[in-house]
Design a protein around this ligand. Structure first.
Ligand SMILES: [Zn+2]
Length: 476
């Protein structure tokens, strides 16, 4: 089976200037890039005149851990040109958590769903389930620190004992041996905040030994971000792991306008530390509902609530009014719950996301009742509003940030670049039409302008919608 993408504008993912040309795909590989004169017999020809042909996009920061196993659940990503997602971020993951009957997953693990989603007692069983599933996109899996702590520690409110660290390291190493793409932590969360730096370093070292990265959601994303960054650098230095700073931001009223200073700190560290960062093109974050994030935000939206599902999509003040409670009592009344926090400055977000080491990571939360629009919009908003309309970065550099840069970070050596011999993950899109449609009130609206998406040579997206499931487990 071969497919000829004829007459497009090729943006190859390396950062090189766009060139007119064709791309020939044979089986799951790119066979030829440039001018293709000899068309194989029974080759399907797609007319790409007026369209950009680029590598498929890699979303390095997702919480699609359960969603990737549900048919059709990744349509919102395919409509944005995403061909690979990295799951297991922020220390949050399904394996190797085992819950006792009736036990709810503790926050933030509950961002991935209810107890029923936690059906994998170890990494091999989850990776096997992925390999047997009809995956719409490629999936790379990080082993999550909080998931390991909940599985291996008698009391995760305390630092892990030597014995518990050994147990977590053994679980993680077993996972890395059979296909995990790295290790992640989220030290701001209740399930991990008790972990001392040395505990994280011990686990990051397990990842480093297998030449895999270490992703960190910092211990503090507000006023303590500076010390938290120092801790991340220390862990990376001591463990020798490639450092990935997750959803990097300056947040809260007192850190407003300090993105340049933050990036200077990161650039300083990068002189002797291999590192990258990810961010999403919005001035609001989203995670579980917590009082400190509420205090740091100018506006808060409820994204889900178990006792009050009807309040999802309302502001926290509206929810409090509906419950007839003051704000500080509405927070516990809504739990377990999630929220979106307007706590960033748009200029800071732009500065961070346009940094050459920064990738676009959606950080979307597909299980939320009313998710942050980044889930369905991050890539379209970046390439549409930011790159085409505002021209914050040029097109070749923008495409590099969503293709070869994440491919390098996760060592996906045959993806992220359009070249002969690479895996055929390809996005074909209209530069003028590509736009996000997801809003705060209608967050699950598909992006528009993506014409065809190939995943390992399979037509995963076309003007008719989703098609073949060609995804594989990658990054192991
Ligand atoms: Zn996070």
């Amino acid at each position: 089976m071969s497919i000829l993408l004829r007459g497009g504008t090729l943006v190859d993912g390396t950062g090189a200037a766009a060139t007119p040309g064709d791309v020939l795909v044979v089986g799951d590989r790119v066979a030829q890039v440039g001018r293709v004169d000899e068309v194989p017999a029974d080759c399907r020809v797609l007319d790409c005149a007026g369209l950009v042909v680029s590598p498929g996009f890699i979303d390095p920061h997702t919480h699609d851990d359960a969603a990737v196993l549900r048919p059709g659940a990744l349509d919102g990503k395919l409509a944005q040109g995403v061909t690979t997602v990295v799951v297991g971020n922020c220390g949050i993951g399904l394996p190797p958590v085992r819950l006792i009957p009736g036990q709810a997953p503790p926050p933030p693990l509950n961002l991935l769903g209810t107890a029923a989603a936690f059906a994998y007692p170890d990494y091999p069983s989850y990776l096997q389930a992925l390999r047997e599933a009809a995956l719409q996109v490629n999936v790379a899996v990080l082993g999550g620190h909080s998931a390991l702590r909940v599985a291996c520690c008698a009391d995760w409110h305390k630092p892990a004992s030597r014995h518990e660290i050994d147990a977590m390291a053994a679980r993680l190493d077993e996972g890395l041996a059979c296909g995990l793409a790295g290790f992640s932590t989220g030290l701001a969360y209740p399930t991990a905040i008790a972990a001392p730096t040395a505990e994280v370093t011990a686990l990051a070292r397990v990842s480093a030994r297998r030449h895999k990265p270490f992703a960190i959601h910092l211990r503090d994303e507000y006023d303590g971000v500076w010390d938290a960054l120092t801790e991340a650098f220390e862990i990376a230095r001591d463990s020798q792991a490639f450092l990935l700073l997750s959803h990097q931001k300056t947040a809260g009223p007192r850190q407003r306008g300090r993105a340049r200073e933050l990036l200077d700190r990161i650039d300083d560290a990068a002189r002797d530390l291999p590192l990258a960062l990810d961010a999403y093109p919005y001035d609001a974050g989203s995670t579980v509902l917590d009082a400190e994030s509420v205090r740091q935000s100018r506006e808060v939206l409820v994204t889900w609530s178990v006792p009050h599902p009807e309040l999802a999509g309302r502001t926290l003040s509206e929810a409090a009014t509906a419950l007839n409670l003051p704000l500080d009592l509405a927070i516990p009344a809504l739990q377990p719950a999630g929220a979106a926090y307007f706590h960033m400055d748009p200029a800071d977000v732009r500065q961070i996301l346009t940094h050459p080491r920064c990738m676009v990571g959606s950080d979307g939360l597909p299980e939320d009742t009313c998710p942050h629009p980044r889930l369905f919009g991050a890539f379209a908003r970046f390439l549409g509003t930011w790159v085409r309309d505002l021209q914050l970065v040029g097109l070749p550099e923008a495409v590099r940030k969503v293709t070869s840069l994440p491919a390098e970070v996760f060592a996906l050596s045959d993806r992220g670049v359009l070249r002969a011999g690479a895996r055929a993950d390809v996005a074909v899109w209209s530069r003028t039409e590509f736009a996000d449609r997801a809003t705060w009130t209608h967050p699950r609206q598909l992006a528009v302008g993506m014409r065809w998406v190939l995943v390992n040579g399979c037509v995963a997206w076309s003007p008719r919608g989703s098609g073949e499931a060609g995804g594989q487990v990658v990054g192991g």
